[in-house]
Design a protein around this ligand. Sequence first.
Ligand SMILES: [Fe+2]
Length: 149
Amino acid sequence: MSEIAGNSPTSPGRPPRLSHEQLAAAQVETLAAPLRSYGLAARALFATLDAVYGKPRTLSKFKVLELVARVPYQAWEQAAYIAITHVHERTRLARRIHDRIAQSRAEQDNEQWHLLILDELIARSGTREGRLRYFWVPQAIAFAYCQLS
Ligand SMILES: [Fe+2]
């Protein structure tokens, strides 16, 4: 998560709000960052999305990506809670795991906002999405990605 996004005021039930200057600074930060090299799982996910939804960048395709993007954070959070159950007496380690949980939850919430915003944009645009391709297939991809994570 970027410094800029981390400084944004948030309130429960509402997405973080950035000023125009903060948005512009975040975009500059993003564009200046080195490109990431994706792991095998991410590349497989992107290839699957291209195969199922085509190459064009559509809101509906990104919605599926955002749905799946939350899953690793959920899986890591769950595993981290189990880890704390086992190591809680090692307080410094338990505290470090707790800090990772908090970070993971923030990332998960960020992806969740992306999903909710895309859902609203798609609904507003009047785009009709087939139930199989935009509900059941994403559920299956998310389940598989959760098992992998
Ligand atoms: Fe996202």
